[in-house]
Design a protein around this ligand. Structure first.
Ligand code: GTP
Ligand code: MG
Length: 201
């Protein structure tokens, strides 16, 4: 897919105030600092469409971006940052869970996982929560440039094995780097296919 235009639409903390349109949309979710905002910039080829930072907790609201005037990309705050509660409900900011529960045009959540780390309970729990709520998702392993190819392959294998302890099959997944555009075409192609299915339904 060719990105012809990308524009910021609105930020808010209330799903009821998200854009009142039926355009298909895709949300980027994951731990703070995993690279959600950077990936949005990489996909749209815009240096600072979404605000990024080396310090966790940069994105604090639900941010909608309109792409090609046809679909939305949604940048969400990270989970697992400065949250002390053990309760999963409190761990994921309430408005994030409300967003996923109510936003029917959200066709796929991209759950970002830092490719350098072992499977983390908070990510596994979040994907389980998505599954229990019937919310479609894919995995994106980020920051692939920070690993040597062998280590990257090994970490993804470890992740697959962990997922297969819980899931019948490994969800669709992508490997990306926001510094060298790895995975860009694949993710955009996936979105394009879902957009086309959405239009023909
Ligand atoms: P929050 O908004 O705080 O939840 O973080 P986020 O998930 O949006 O992360 P963000 O995109 O702000 O990136 C966090 C840090 O990781 C920044 O310093 C980025 O430059 C860096 N980063 C993100 N993606 C990549 C990547 O693919 N490769 C490398 N080397 N660094 C990355
Ligand atoms: Mg962010």
């Amino acid at each position: 897919m060719i990105i012809k235009s990308s524009e910021f639409v609105v930020s808010n903390s209330d799903v009821a105030k998200c854009p009142n349109s039926k355009l298909p949309e895709y949300a980027f979710i994951g731990r703070s600092n995993v690279g959600k905002s950077s990936l949005i910039n990489m996909l749209t080829a815009r240096k600072s469409l979404a605000k990024t930072s080396g310090r966790p907790g940069k994105t604090q609201l639900i941010n909608h971006f309109l792409i090609n005037k046809e679909w939305h990309l949604v940048d969400l705050p990270g989970y697992g940052y400065a949250r002390v509660s053990k309760s999963i409900k409190k761990t994921f900011q309430k408005f994030i869970t409300q967003y996923f529960e109510h936003r029917e045009q959200m066709l796929c959540a991209f759950v970002l996982i830092d490719s350098r780390h072992n499977p983390q309970p908070i990510d596994l729990e979040f994907m389980q929560w998505l599954g229990e709520h019937g919310i479609p998702f894919c995995i994106i392993f980020t920051k692939a440039d920070k690993l040597k190819p062998n280590a990257l392959t090994r970490n993804i294998e470890v992740y697959k094995e962990k997922m297969l302890e819980i899931w019948v099959e490994m969800p669709v997944y992508f490997v990306t780097s926001s510094t060298n555009d790895l995975g860009r075409e694949e993710v955009l192609k996936y979105i394009e296919n879902l957009n086309n299915q959405f239009i023909s339904n």
